[in-house]
Design a protein around this ligand. Structure first.
Ligand code: PGA
Ligand code: ZN
Length: 425
């Protein structure tokens, strides 16, 4: 059983404090996990408890840490770590608010993940098997190689320009193709006179003006690396459009345009999807406060492009249920800290699978060296995983973990094919 739960303040990839939790069992086994943090957060995400005040720009998490060390520790002492749903429910009840505002989703998630690790360690089972293990499938990976929006100080308003290996012999082969393309992209950008400093997720952050320019650079890089755009390597975007939407006026302001929803839809269809058929997935094309237009767009193009709901669903099963009813998106982004427990994240994934939505498991722009999300993606047969470019160790750590898992499975692992479970033609 659990002997103690203890947390501490550590730092994430942006130098901001975050929660790391240790769960220790009575036999001495320990599980440890740390919590990521987003920059373009959805309004309805579970509460990330921060101290405020002067220390560390108000971003300290000492209150969350203290909640783990006192109340959560008291509640979990003596409880078996092997029933993850029960552990998570105890913390949800103890918190008592709908969005984990009292104890903090960062406190709760840290303990939720650390408990799963402690249980897996105690059984001598890899985490990806402990949390799943029936259908071992490695995810198709999405790599954010040009960073814009809230993740970089450049003129690009769309947040993420990702590449994904469509044709691959195995997981490693896919990663190698992405590494090739990433390095080629650096050359392509240099030759075009752009700077190649990195953004928060390891992608380049060139001072470009437009989405069009960024996508055309990706085409060039894919081709120069020896691959065919759309056949070998696909392109996926995260517009993160809530960041440039004005709810009062219904206007999307980006790259010098002031678009209403119809104009934005027209832009996606004619300037992006028709011009660049390698684009196979768009995340948050419409704002978290623009459900009707997101649904309309899904109806219009959802049979030929994956449309991922991130800010609009915030990995919250009850919000997601409403989205499914309304026909919003055909895929859901899964971020554990948006909802705050492992169990509720799994519930959102189950809901997706039942309703024909694909799932893309995701890191946050602020990450730690913890590779939980990699094991998690395998455990739940998530199908898709985005966890950054082939640079910055907090990103690459996740891919390295998947390479280890593939090696351990010694030929038994298959890799998810795109699209994972939606019937596209
Ligand atoms: P975030 O970005 O972690 O800054 O929210 C990731 C995303 O929007 O998908
Ligand atoms: Zn997003």
């Amino acid at each position: 059983v659990i002997e103690s739960v203890k947390a501490r303040e550590v730092f994430d990839s942006r130098g901001n404090p975050t929660v790391e939790a240790d769960v220790t069992l009575t036999n001495g086994t320990v599980g440890r996990a740390s919590v990521p943090s987003g920059a373009s957060t959805g309004e309805l995400e579970a509460t990330e408890l921060r101290d405020g005040g002067k220390r560390l720009m108000g971003k300290g998490v000492s209150k969350a840490v203290n909640n783990v060390n006192t109340e959560i520790n008291d509640a979990l002492k003596g409880v078996s770590p092997f029933n993850q749903a029960e552990i998570d429910q105890i913390m949800i009840d103890l918190d008592g608010t709908p969005n984990k505002a009292r104890l903090g989703a960062n406190a709760i998630l840290g303990v939720s993940m650390a408990t799963a690790r402690a249980a897996a360690n105690d059984l001598g089972t890899p985490l990806y098997r402990y949390l799943g293990g029936i259908n071992i499938e490695l995810p198709q990976t999405f790599h954010n190689v040009i960073n814009g929006g809230a993740h970089a100080d450049n003129g690009i308003d769309f947040q993420e320009f990702m590449i994904t290996p469509i044709k691959k012999e195995n997981f490693r082969d896919g990663i190698e193709k992405i590494a090739d393309t990433y390095h080629t992209l650096k050359k392509v950008l240099e030759e075009a006179g752009f700077q190649t400093g990195l953004g928060d997720e390891g992608g380049f952050a060139p001072d470009m003006k437009s989405t069009d320019e960024a996508v055309s650079m990706l085409y060039k890089a894919i081709e120069q690396a020896g691959y065919v755009p759309g056949e070998d390597i696909g392109i996926a975007l995260d517009a993160a459009s809530s960041e440039f939407y004005n709810q009062e006026t219904g206007i999307y302001t980006f790259e010098g345009h002031e678009f209403n929803a119809d104009q934005l839809r027209d832009y996606y269809v004619n300037d992006l999807l028709k011009k660049y058929p390698a684009i196979i997935s768009i995340e948050d094309p419409f704002s978290e406060n623009d459900w009707d237009n997101f649904a309309k767009f899904t109806e219009e193009v959802g049979d030929r492009v994956q449309l991922v709901g991130d800010d609009i669903f915030v990995t919250n099963p009850s919000i997601f249920r409403k989205g499914i009813k309304k026909g919003v998106a055909n895929s859901i982004l899964i971020k554990l800290n948006q909802i705050g427990t492992v169990t509720e994240s799994v519930e959102a994934i189950r809901l997706a699978k039942k309703n024909g939505y694909t799932t893309m498991i995701s890191h946050r722009s602020g990450e730690t060296e913890d590779t939980f999300v990699a094991d998690f993606a395998v455990a739940v047969s998530g199908g898709e995983l985005k966890t950054g470019a082939m640079a910055r160790s907090e990103r690459v750590a996740k891919y390295n973990q998947l390479l280890r898992i593939e090696e351990e499975l010694d030929g038994q692992a298959h890799v998810a094919k795109f699209p994972h479970n939606v019937d596209f033609d």
